[in-house]
Ligand binder design. Sequence first.
Ligand code: ATP
Length: 272
Amino acid sequence: MDADIAVRATNVSKIYDLRNKDNQHRTDSSRFYALKDVSFEVKKGDVVGILGTNGSGKSTLSLLLSGISDIDSGTIEINGEQSLVAINTGLNNQLTGLENIKVKGALLGLKKKRIEEITQDVINFAEIGDFLYQPVKKYSSGMKSRLGFAISLALNPDIFIVDEALSVGDRGFAKKCMDRMMQLRDDEGKTIFFISHSLDQVKNFCTTGMWIEGGSLVEMGPVNEVAGHYSEYVEKMNAMKGPEKRKFLDEKFRKRLLPKEEKKSWWKRLVS
Ligand SMILES: Nc1ncnc2c1ncn2[C@@H]1O[C@H](COP(=O)(O)OP(=O)(O)OP(=O)(O)O)[C@@H](O)[C@H]1O
């Protein structure tokens, strides 16, 4: 992969099993594309805003980009270290904040001295006081976001993946994070993927827009253009009336189901 490329995704698909309301597998068409055949390239230093309505596949993509979740088909090539900042990922709920920092450092194979430096950076940035010594399960979502964000910043990865993490923090902390992310963008040339439902935030912060809808990549390009097309789509969808909207959403959902033949061959592959 060329040295100026940070991430290359080629025909990436992620499939989930659907369960019915009794938590049983459905008898037919029970497999569903969270992402389907997604391909793109992102240059180093690019700041990509990922847009898409609820359930379109944005968080799934963030989990694949950060290497937390496995891909079902296709490839993702990454140039550099990546780190995910999300509300509910990456922290062990049973451990205290402090233990989480140390475990993360140890898992990355860092030396004791480096872990101590990182711990101090996290304490300074997160400003969660004595909560540092409480198990994370006692944290509010805003506090988890503070800790998660501070850890990712301190680890100083080449690629940041920020999934809605700012939406739960209070205004002061969200501003502090945005200021720091602007520094990462402008002074350090980091590659950033930024998922937010705030279109203004995406337009102000990002250079490239990536619109994912129904598990597929619809458009990627200059952020203002992509955000404009996405807004038009959302407006059209919002203008739909009850039955029309239900039909539209149902068709969108059905397009993501794996065909039965494909399901059969999957089972055959499993038993053969
Ligand atoms: N672990 C899972 N098991 C089964 N289905 C899942 C799982 N995680 C996500 N999905 C489904 O995959 C689809 C994509 O979900 P994802 O969380 O990526 O969407 P999103 O674009 O981030 O949505 P939102 O804007 O609501 O956060 C959704 O239909 C979701 O229900």
